[in-house]
Design a protein around this ligand. Structure first.
Ligand code: MEV
Length: 316
């Protein structure tokens, strides 16, 4: 390989269907290409990974000693897949994706490490293989992940995702504008997923029905995206938020941001990802975008990102 190579993977946002997707309902997720994780690979004397954001440094021995760690798992699984020893490179990771915020930072970092190791051997693994390797690591973070996060990040395309169904990527031709706002509260997906499971086990009929209702919203959501129907998509986001509240995965701060966005003219708004903290998403139109942005900041959002479909330019 060349002496230095950089590659990257995007953040993701779930538009509709989180949590229910774990129970085999469909969901829609979109890559957020302007926020990314990056890996720079340099030839060196021995294998190591440097996490630039935290200053941590992992050599092969440290990684080998950490069996259940996400970083060591993606390294080990990738090397097993390639059937090679660790290459003599240093992989430096930086990421703009906030951690534990529902934007898929773990899956994006796993993706760039996997690709970088393959690159060190001047090869590219098929996306399907990378997706499976990253999914195995997601299981360490999330317990029973649906697989939607790794899929949207690895393929970097909007995905209509249903567990155990063939990959269904799609293109959005109509223009949609969104704002993503961070509550600043870190929340671990495996905890909210575990709590939803407890609710489901306590009353399968009630919660199974909520999952089915979410699944129905997602089917309409796909139609709204494909036909450019913003009013319908906004209504579906709001209905999805109501159902997510019933699953107890919203939070006071998420509700505040959602209400502020709607009061300022958003067409719809909901939490995104595991919930209890992390990010929310609001669908806006050109006229309301500035007002909604200001309202989210005034309501205490720690960071507000503007993004639109079809996706803008990808990174490296
Ligand atoms: C997390 O981004 C999405 C959840 O539906 C969990 C999953 O699908 O694995 C909450």
């Amino acid at each position: 390989m060349n002496d230095i190579q950089t590659l990257s993977a995007p953040a993701k946002i779930i538009l509709l269907g989180e949590h229910a997707v774990v129970y085999n309902q469909p969901a829609i997720a979109i890559p957020v290409s302007q926020i990314r994780a990056y890996a720079t690979t340099k030839v060196s004397e021995q294998f190591s990974i440097v996490a630039q954001n935290t200053g941590e440094h992992f050599d092969l021995q440290t990684l080998n000693n950490q069996i259940d760690n996400a970083l060591s798992s993606i390294v080990r699984n990738t090397l097993e897949q390639l059937n090679k020893p660790a290459p003599n490179v240093t992989i430096s990771i930086t990421s703009d994706i906030p951690v534990a915020s529902g934007l898929g930072s773990g899956a994006a970092v796993s993706t760039v490490i996997c690709k970088s190791i393959a690159l060190a051997y001047e090869t590219e693994l098929p996306l399907e293989t990378i997706n499976e390797l990253v999914y195995q690591v997601e299981k360490i973070h999330h317990g029973t992940p649906s697989g939607i996060d790794n899929t949207v990040i690895v393929y970097e395309k909007p995905v209509f995702y249903k567990r155990s169904e063939p990959l269904n990527l799609f293109e959005v031709e109509h223009h949609f504008e969104f704002l993503i706002a961070d509550t600043g509260d870190k929340a671990l997906t495996h905890i909210s997923v575990g709590d939803v499971r407890k609710l489901y086990v306590s009353n399968k009929e009630k919660y199974g029905e909520i999952f089915s209702k979410i699944g129905e919203l997602v089917l309409f959501g796909r139609k709204a995206l494909l036909s450019g129907n913003r009013m319908l998509l906004g209504t579906l986001l709001n209905q999805n938020q109501d159902l997510l509240r019933q699953l107890t995965v919203s939070s006071e701060r998420l509700d505040q941001l959602v209400d502020s966005a709607l009061n300022a003219g958003a067409l719809g708004a909901k939490l995104s990802g595991g919930g209890r903290g992390g990010n929310m998403i609001a669908l806006v139109d050109h006229a309301s975008r500035e007002d909604v942005h200001h309202a989210l900041v005034a309501a205490g959002a720690k960071n507000v990102i503007s993004f639109s479909l079809p996706p803008e330019n990808k990174g490296i």
